[in-house]
Design a protein around this ligand. Structure first.
Ligand SMILES: Nc1nc2c(c(=O)[nH]1)N[C@H]1C(S)=C(S)[C@@H](COP(=O)(O)O)O[C@H]1N2
Ligand SMILES: [Mo]
Length: 444
């Protein structure tokens, strides 16, 4: 291995620069901190795998991977129509952090299925790489003195944001994906603010470290400070650095193939063993054999409110219209092939939804001759996080956006939103309100 010459240095680096800081401390404490039994001593860390090459390679993989996860994540936030405050997003003062928000398009119709599939699947697959990277630099966490200079102190503070931020984002992301909204409602602001804390640390870290990482990978050349990751007293190696990278890569690959199927769909869906909504499609009979997010029973929606007495109330500047399901079926019916793509990363293949265009409903309440505005959609559901959602005018005006009554040629099942549910192209699943009871067309 290229570092072999370096690792036989007799004097641990901390011992060399220790006295400046340790002088005022009692000599007993000084001895304790530099003893090889203390993690503050470089000699405590004995894995022969640690070194700048190993760390740099993992770092470059994360540079590319986390950049993609971050961009798709910020885009995912924009997809929630957060500018329709406070309907969709109660995040107070997104202010400056919302600088990049844009109106989410309805084209291509699989847009959110792609961006969120990449965000979740790649995020999960990077976990082994992230853990290996953190493991590779853990001796630095304990290194003394805590700050060698002002610059070094600032770098360590940025690492706090970076490491704290990345652990927080991965933890909240995984909990949300695996446990079905552990933080109902509050997940969005937590994950969003956490992302910006992390990104601040990420940018500083890249500015300080990326040039070195690329140099180490290109030429293997090390400057003195970069040797601090190399153990001064390594144990005999049982696994080469390449072998260790292979283990990390195999872990990532395993996560990838056991989760990607939940968003790629088709016959790959059965390989999504890791995904809670992945492999098993509910078999609800005709029209209902695709993923359900929340069942009707789980949110307290029953046959009483969804039976013959159900009515849809539509409000707009032209007045109020109240419609039964038969009235809606009497209006012009249209069919759109659209998927449901959930924030959790799973998505369905295209389903064939049939119902009334949202813009035709707007026309009933004052928008027959002027273009439709935004709409506020409310569900029968009283409990849980998703009782209402705001859609933008762009979404309302798209001819594929429906208040669906049927799917794949059959009446909606109760779990998929019977008597009527919204379906909009390219939007996150949560915009597709089920068991709709009221729609208000107005500028939100
Ligand atoms: N009323 C209501 N509508 C809802 C939800 C809900 O919990 N309640 N879940 C939303 C979410 S998060 C998704 S992903 C889709 C899932 O639709 P499906 O259960 O028909 O697959 O419905 C959306 N509409
Ligand atoms: Mo969802």
């Amino acid at each position: 291995m290229a570092d072999d010459d370096d690792v036989r240095r007799p004097v641990p680096p901390a011992a060399r620069r220790g006295p400046a800081l340790l002088a005022p401390l009692s000599s007993a404490l000084a001895t304790a901190l530099t003893s090889p039994r203390s993690p503050t001593s470089p000699a405590f860390w004995r894995s022969p795998l640690r070194g700048p090459w190993f760390t740099s390679l993992l770092g470059v993989v994360l540079l590319v991977g986390i950049t993609v996860v971050s961009v798709t994540g910020l885009v995912s936030y924009a997809a929630y129509n957060p500018n329709l405050t406070p309907v969709n997003d109660q995040t107070p003062d997104k202010g400056l952090l919302g600088f990049y928000l844009f109106e989410w398009p309805t084209e291509p119709y699989w847009l959110y299925r792609l961006t969120q599939g990449v965000h979740v699947t790649l995020g999960l697959a990077l976990i082994p790489v992230l853990l290996a990277k953190l493991w590779s630099v853990v001796p630095k966490l304990f290194a003394l003195p805590p700050a060698r200079s002002l610059g070094h102190a600032l770098e360590r503070i940025s690492l706090l944001l970076l490491v704290g931020g990345v652990l927080f984002e991965f933890a909240t992301g995984v909990l949300n994906v695996q446990l079905d909204y552990l933080f109902p409602g509050s997940f969005y602001p937590l994950h969003f603010y956490g992302a910006w804390v992390f990104l601040a640390g990420f940018v500083v870290h890249l500015a300080l470290r990326a040039p070195m990482a690329f140099r180490v990978l290109r030429s293997g050349e090390l400057r003195s400070r970069e040797r601090e990751l190399v153990s001064p007293d390594p144990r005999p190696s049982t696994l080469s650095r390449r072998g260790a990278l292979g283990v990390v890569g195999a872990g990532s690959l395993l996560i990838l193939v056991t989760s990607a199927g939940q968003s790629i769909g088709g016959s790959l869906r059965r390989t999504a063993l890791l995904a809670p909504h992945g492999g098993r499609e509910p078999q609800q009979g005709p029209g209902g054999n695709f993923q359900v997010n929340k069942t009707a029973a789980s949110v307290g929606v029953g046959p009483d409110e969804t039976g013959d007495t159900w009515r849809l109330t539509v409000d707009g500047p032209g007045g109020r219209v109240v419609l039964s399901r038969a009235d809606l079926l009497g209006m012009p019916q249209h069919t759109s092939a659209l998927p449901i793509a959930c924030v959790e990363g799973w998505s369905t293949d295209d389903q064939h939804w049939t119902g009334v265009r949202l813009r035709d409903l707007a026309a009933l309440v004052g928008y027959a001759h002027t273009p439709a505005p935004d709409v506020f959609v409310e569900s029968i559901q009283r409990a849980g996080a998703f009782r209402a959602a705001g859609l933008t005018a762009t979404q309302v005006r798209d001819e594929r956006s429906l208040l669906a009554l049927r799917v794949n040629g059959f009446d909606l099942t109760l779990d998929h939103g019977y008597p009527a549910r919204v379906i909009v192209p390219a939007a996150p699943g949560v915009m597709n309100t089920k068991w709709v009871t009221r729609m208000r067309f107005e500028k939100l």
